[in-house]
Design a protein around this ligand. Structure first.
Ligand code: PLP
Length: 340
């Protein structure tokens, strides 16, 4: 403290000035965030989360509502998230392998369970190899920057999933975006991209918002013509599209022409969590060495692996389960009354 004429000036210690600055930074953060939240409310896009108090399934219990509610909005396409055999497999894996590995894969996070699921995924998709991720979001975030360099080009449908968009952002390849499902525009972009070393066409197999199916046969024809690779995100197709539930490529007869498949274990395949890339062995080997979400994130928990593994067994044992989705959709459509 010191005196300047009439007034005593109190000097605050450095730590208290630090706290004052931290408080003002927090106040600023709150102001900025509140304004943003108000904007979301004003735009009518606020997302309320309903709280489910039962297992996921066609009928669920929801906090605040009495009785069972018919659930049309999960991606539990085959009902396997509450299948007794899937649940039991998760319990068995929990008992045998524990809750988790407390590690990433390459340090000490790989169990025989993970290797066997990867082999099953590769077999299911009829690809050389497969690699697991904590989610398909991670699989999409982790692939493009490993595969493509500034010498290459990525040609992506404009309505691809957010995780593809983020993955593409992270990669240093030249970026082209074609109009949704528009083959003419795709061809124009492929022509433009001929100057690059490699070209990768990237599309959702099925687009989740409207259920559009990518014209994969025609896309593969263009990929042949312009020497491009084809990548599909099969989150909304794996397990139930095509005669054996292999996905959009099976449905459209191009399993041997699509080079890379990314998909999720978090929808039709038991619904727990996890994602993967299935494709050429050399690519999968490289992903294990370089893909950041794989290298720097914890391994999939054994119970999750156990559930997905059983879901795949069920699908590979017979195509009856895969076909339930098609027959239920048909039945539902037949009883829908058109609203005039
Ligand atoms: N790709 C598509 C098309 C999706 O719909 C989703 C999930 O909503 C993802 C990727 C991400 O999958 P995951 O939930 O396994 O991260």
């Amino acid at each position: 403290m010191f005196y300047t004429g009439l007034f005593a000036v109190v000097r605050c210690p450095a730590w208290s000035r630090g706290i004052t600055r931290a408080r003002s930074a927090l106040a600023q953060l709150n102001t900025v965030v509140e304004a943003e939240l108000e904007g979301i409310r004003g735009a009518g896009t606020w997302k309320n989360e309903r709280i489910i108090t039962s297992k996921q399934g066609p009928h669920i219990r929801v906090e605040g509502s009495s009785g069972a509610i018919v659930n049309f909005c999960a991606n539990n396409y085959l009902g396997l998230s509450s299948d007794p055999a899937v649940i039991q497999s998760g319990i068995d894996a929990l008992n045998q392998y524990g809750a988790g590995l407390s590690s990433v894969r390459f340090i000490c996070g790989t169990q025989n369970l993970h290797k066997s699921l990867e082999a099953k995924i590769a077999k299911f998709h009829q690809r050389e190899d497969a690699i697991l991720y904590a989610s398909c979001f991670d699989a999409n975030a982790g692939i493009f920057e490993v595969l493509l360099t500034p010498e290459d080009a990525i040609i992506s449908d404009e309505l691809n999933h957010a995780s593809i968009i983020d993955g593409v952002r992270l990669c240093k390849a030249n970026k082209y975006r074609y109009k949704h499902l528009d083959l003419r525009d795709l061809e124009a972009k492929l022509k433009e991209a001929q100057k690059h070393r490699m070209r990768l066409i990237v599309t959702d197999g099925v687009f989740s918002m409207d259920g559009d199916v990518a014209p994969l046969k025609e896309i593969c024809d263009l990929s042949d013509k312009y020497n491009a690779l084809v990548f599909i995100d099969e989150c909304h197709a794996t397990g139930f599209l095509g005669p054996n539930g292999r996905g959009t490529d099976e449905l459209l007869g191009v399993m041997d022409r699509v080079h890379i498949v990314n998909s999720t274990l978090g929808k039709a395949l038991g619904g727990a969590a996890g994602g993967y890339t299935a494709g050429p062995k050399a690519l999968v080997d490289l992903l294990r060495q370089r893909s950041r979400p794989y290298l720097f994130s914890n391994t999939l928990p054994p119970p999750v692996v156990g559930c997905a593994s059983k879901a795949l067994d069920l699908l590979m044992d017979s195509n009856t389960i895969a076909q339930t989705m098609a027959s239920k959709t048909k039945r539902y459509k037949s009883i829908l009354i058109p609203v005039s």
